[in-house]
Design a protein around this ligand. Structure first.
Ligand code: NAD
Length: 227
């Protein structure tokens, strides 16, 4: 079976009602990155950070996978499909995708602040001050904050190097190391970029840019790939 690797960003979940970060009306207009998405911000004001992610989790409860998440599942009838997502939502899993790698963590999980290996599923949407891991330390969101290591980048690079087809959906390609993954894809492998505001990538060979929203562009591309 040929391998398809799909790199997704906040744009694939926009039509499910989850805000992107950088578009106008996006999350960063209401919150400073340094306050809610760095370890220093967490040390300064854990309550603010907990509230920020609690709100994101609450929003996720009311969101459903859209046509783009669902179309990617159909690819599995003909290809080995690996999703690499920068998103912290669970909409790929809920749509039914089998292989999902989260580069930047998962909203529905929390972890210890003294032992990174202690990761737990959170019941409900609210993580509170005083909620502790089994070693007695405060639990934090299981999110890779700016400035923190991205442990899942290693497997993501290996997947990208083996991609027969590489699809990028809804990411501004501003956040590294995720944005660099496309450089690992074999030169001859066809690549597709679906984003209504896609910028050209002059160094990337065999790239087709599809300037559409994910909900329209993804099902159309999937149909073509299943022919
Ligand atoms: P980004 O906000 O930087 O870029 C979003 C991209 O999506 C833009 O290029 C925009 O043109 C595009 N877009 C907007 N609407 C779209 C649509 N309907 N269809 C297709 N594309 C659309 O987000 P990013 O590149 O993912 O990177 C920023 C970080 O934000 C990531 O680390 C990610 O973890 C985090 N994030 C995650 C979520 C989520 O889990 N759903 C939401 C917001 C941010």
């Amino acid at each position: 079976m040929n391998k398809i690797v799909v790199l997704t960003g906040a744009g694939i979940s926009a039509e499910s009602g989850i805000k992107t970060f950088r578009d106008s009306g996006g999350l960063w207009e209401e919150h400073r990155i340094e306050d809610v998405a760095t370890f220093e911000g967490w040390q300064r004001n854990p309550k603010l950070v907990l509230t920020f992610y609690n709100e994101r989790r609450k929003q996720l409860l009311n969101a459903e996978p859209n046509a783009a998440h669902k179309a990617l599942v159909e690819l599995e009838s003909k290809y080995e499909v690996q999703i690499i997502t920068q998103n912290v939502d669970d909409l790929h899993e809920r749509a039914g995708s089998k292989n999902v790698l989260h580069l930047h963590g998962e909203l529905k999980k929390v972890r210890s602040t003294v032992d990174d290996n202690l990761v737990y599923e959170l019941e409900g949407w609210e993580l509170k001050q005083g909620d502790k891991c089994e070693k007695g330390s405060q639990l934090r969101p299981h999110i890779v904050w700016f400035g923190e290591a991205v442990p899942m980048i290693e497997p993501a690079i290996l997947f990208s190097q083996e991609a027969d087809i590489f699809i990028v959906i809804g990411t501004s390609l501003n956040v590294y190391p995720a944005a660099g993954l496309i450089a690992y894809v074999p030169t001859m492998s066809p690549k597709y970029l679906i984003d209504p505001n896609a910028k050209s990538l002059p160094n990337v060979k065999n790239l087709e840019i599809i300037e559409e929203k994910a909900g329209k562009g993804t099902p159309t591309l999937v149909k073509r790939l299943l022919l």
